[in-house]
Design a protein around this ligand. Structure first.
Ligand code: ARG
Length: 466
């Protein structure tokens, strides 16, 4: 026969859960990392209870001191976590009750449902700030790489076919745009997390005279003007997992960006491209082929993005179809969140480290960008400026490209007479189009890869990131 329950909810139970059920239902093995947030929440709650007169100032101080001592024990790795006590909340409350008699009053006007919702919102604010810092590190590494290679040209690609020339910095700045949107997205998620659910109780609040704004203020759930922000519906507050999904979505999208950057780097470092050399510190060798240097860090960045998407999918599926309000299913919301956070933080650091060690192979880039066919579009634009409609110009240049291919010469080596025969608007100056520097300099509009525009972007990013 199972022993009577020692759990805090054990009053109505004649028998405690079996070993199997304890093992199945415990969450302390993964939610113990919420301890700092749980303790902050409990301290604010105790302060509020004293503020409204539900406990005395002396009881509050004893609770605060006990929580601080427990916090120190946890930090020092001396705290004994007990899976029989299910989760982080009951472990801490149990330990507190053993040292502070007043701790039996701490759970007044509170449920684990609003408690865990609060802990997680505090966690999300911390996690978003952390990831923003890590992503900023990667952005700075990217800017430094662009700075060190500001004059390098490469082909830009569509369909993985050489398309048009760009400055390498312009390509790297495209990545920077992606990362900067990620950083902004985590700020948005943090803003959505910034509402205090405490006081929602299990689902229907409390009959006791609590002060929700006091608690919110104590925990930093405030707007830009310092006004407290409290959730507006007690049922939604304990059932809502939107911020979880938004956080996981922001991580998943960050992962998509990481994966695309990694893929470019993998291609660029191959013998087929030879644009860059990846740092040894972020590559590995082959156990069989002595000559190999594999881009493992980039491949793992690409691989981790699958995992980040999986975590998002887990959360969407978990929340879908749950009746209001809290259901124990929701305990499963934490592992995917913690995993997305941990992996995203690691990925940001690995990306920064990899970028910091990339060396650009200038000769390889120059060889690839030298292909005059990359300026076929510029040749069509040349005809447009002579008054030829673009469709007609496109067709004429197509014929020029075909002729060059047939004669097996580079596009800019065709005799002017042969080109003139294709379209009368081609003048003696037609081959001037193939001057790469001149071609780039003509791209003067905002967002284009011309040197003046790219210089503007350098200034913009330096201001934003340094
Ligand atoms: N460990 C639980 C979770 O993470 C805490 C909330 C428990 N609430 C309950 N009514 N059993 O979801």
């Amino acid at each position: 026969m199972a022993k009577p329950s020692q759990a805090s909810w054990g009053g109505r139970f004649s028998a405690g859960p079996t070993e199997l059920m304890l093992q199945f239902s415990e969450s302390v093995s993964f939610d113990r990392r919420l301890a700092p947030f749980d303790i902050a929440g409990s301290k604010a709650h105790a302060a509020m209870l004293a503020h409204v007169g539900l406990i005395t100032a002396r009881e509050r101080d004893a609770i605060h001191a006990g929580l601080d001592a427990i916090h120190a024990e946890i930090e020092a790795g001396r705290f004994k976590w007990d899976p029989k006590l299910e989760d982080v909340h009951m472990n801490i409350e149990h330990a507190l009750t053993k040292r502070v008699p007043a701790a039996t009053k701490l759970h007044t006007a509170r449920s684990r449902n609003d408690q865990v919702a609060t802990d997680m919102r505090l966690f999300f604010k911390f996690a978003c700030a952390t990831l923003r810092g890590r992503i900023l590190g990667a952005e700075r590494a990217l800017l430094a790489l662009a700075e060190a290679n500001r004059d390098v040209l490469i082909p830009g690609y569509t369909h993985l076919q050489r398309a048009q020339p760009v400055l390498l910095a312009h390509h790297l700045f495209a990545w920077l745009e992606m990362l900067d949107r990620d950083r902004a997205r985590f700020a948005d998620v943090a803003a959505h997390a910034n509402w205090c659910p405490l006081g929602s109780g299990a689902l229907a609040g409390t009959t006791l005279p609590i002060d929700r704004e006091f608690t919110a203020r104590a925990l930093g759930f405030v707007d830009a003007k310092g006004r407290p922000q409290v959730t507006q519906n007690s049922m939604d507050a304990v059932a809502d997992r939107d911020v979880f999904i938004e956080f996981a979505a922001a991580c998943a999208l960050f992962g998509v960006h990481l994966s695309r950057m990694a893929e470019d780097l993998i291609l660029w470092s191959s013998a087929e491209f030879k644009f860059v050399e990846l740092p040894d510190a972020f590559c590995t060798g082959s156990s069989l082929m002595p000559q190999k240097k594999n881009p493992d860090a980039c491949e793992l960045l690409r691989g981790k993005s699958a995992r980040l998407q999986g975590n998002l999918h887990t959360l969407l599926t978990l929340a879908k179809g749950l009746p209001l309000t809290y259901n124990r299913d929701l305990q499963e919301d934490k592992p995917p969140i913690f995993d997305s956070f941990d992996q995203s933080a690691l990925c940001a650091d690995v990306l920064a480290g990899t970028l910091a060690g990339v060396t650009v192979n200038r000769a390889g880039c120059a060889a690839a960008v030298r292909d005059p066919a990359l300026l076929a579009t510029d040749l069509a634009d040349y005809l447009v400026l002579k008054g030829v409609p673009f469709r007609e110009a496109h067709h004429a240049v197509g014929a020029v490209v075909r002729l060059a291919e047939k004669n097996a010469v580079a596009l800019d080596r065709l005799p002017t007479a042969a080109v003139k025969k294709i379209h009368a608007a081609f003048g003696a100056d037609w081959a001037g189009v193939f001057d790469l520097q001149r071609a780039l300099a003509r791209r003067t509009g905002t967002g284009m890869p011309g040197p003046a525009q790219v210089a503007k972007q350098f200034a913009r990013w330096r201001k934003a990131l340094l």
